[in-house]
Design a protein around this ligand. Structure first.
Ligand code: TRP
Length: 332
């Protein structure tokens, strides 16, 4: 197990998990979980950089854990845990804050976006978010970080911080790299396919959730935006809606774009949208059913997150002890 490369990734429990997070992240995590030593985290500390309703945050954190497992991540082979359960994240984040520059944080596009969206709550945590994310990754000496393009800049700043620290104190941190999955699925909104499918999307019909009922899912797909011709053809520049539906169908069924095109030649978009909806319903059905059972089994979930936190803390504390020593703290 120790020779395996280390993977770290996390999702914020700031909204219910979507088809986008399933196809773009979790499905890939499952595939990686056999060959790598994976840490999959529920980053609740990042979530509170934006105001949350406490009861919702708690519920979504547990649901997210259940959904990770239901999607196929085996908690006995990988470490699934809740960020706030491992104090080393907060502890290293503080230290890294002191090696992260105001200027570089000011250039983070996610900070600028979120500050614009939450202009009444531009708190220091939102600003130093990347230092906490760097702590997440560096604590585990992760080799690879599977994230979408919107998080690339955060992995780059993680490397910059690690480099700066290593430059002063010697080799303490492994420099992580972004992991690009073979089939990167970037799923767009069903109603505004120029935007990423997002749990914070104002338009509810644009986003599919893992736990959504089959009827609701079908309704959303039937209303999905297409275009004014009738050709099921992959052209993400000019046919954004149709291409997004093809991408979803391809991930759900494993079919190639050519196969899909010929399957729907001479058939209308109505048929096509129904087929995509049905494929998604069948893809998500086992995940939803298993997750619902797990959510009801509080004792089991508790055993998973406790064991996860214990394993994570063991690895994280090793790095943290080294860091404490390097910066000149007196050992306990
Ligand atoms: N910032 C990531 C996001 O919003 C979530 C995250 C936090 C993360 N810590 C991480 C992702 C560490 C990868 C590795 O999507």
């Amino acid at each position: 197990m120790d020779e395996k490369k280390v993977i770290f990734s996390g999702i914020q429990p700031s909204g219910d998990l979507t088809l986008g997070s399933y196809m773009g992240a979790i499905k890939n995590w499952v595939e990686l979980s056999e060959d790598y030593n994976c840490y999959y985290c529920i980053v609740d500390m990042h979530a509170i950089t934006v105001r949350q309703v406490p009861a919702d945050l708690r519920r979504r954190t547990l649901e997210q854990l259940a959904q990770y497992i239901a999607a196929g991540i085996d908690p006995t082979k990988n470490t699934i845990f809740i960020q706030s359960h491992v104090p080393a994240h907060a502890e290293l984040a503080w230290i890294l804050n002191c090696y992260t520059m105001f200027g570089e944080l000011s250039r983070m596009t996610q900070f600028k976006d979120k500050a614009a969206k939450n202009s009444d709550n531009i708190n220091a945590g939102l600003f130093t978010y990347p230092a906490l994310m760097a702590a997440d990754i560096l604590l585990y000496q992760a080799d690879l970080v599977p994230v979408g393009d919107d998080q690339r800049q955060h992995v780059e700043i993680t490397r910059d911080i690690a480099n700066r620290f290593n430059g002063i104190y010697g080799d303490v941190f492994k420099l992580p790299e972004v992991y690009n999955p073979k089939v990167g699925a970037r799923i767009m909104s069903l109603t505004s396919p120029e935007n990423k499918m997002s749990k914070s999307d104002k338009d509810k019909g644009g986003c599919i959730y893992i736990m959504q009922s089959p009827d609701d899912i079908m309704r959303c797909f039937k209303r999905a935006v297409t275009d004014s011709d009738t050709w099921v053809h992959y052209d993400p520049e000019n046919k954004k809606g149709v291409s997004n539906l093809m991408q979803i169908y391809a991930v759900a069924t494993g079919k190639s774009f050519e196969t899909i095109e010929s399957e729907f030649t001479g058939r209308g978009y109505g048929d096509f949208k129904t087929a995509v909806g049905e494929a998604v319903v069948e893809l998500l059905r086992p995940v939803r059913e298993k997750a619902s059972k797990l959510i009801a089994d509080k004792a089991y979930l508790e055993s998973v997150y406790k064991e996860g936190a214990e394993r994570a803390a063991y690895a994280a504390n090793k790095t943290l002890r080294k860091v404490y020593k390097k910066v000149g703290f007196v050992g306990k």
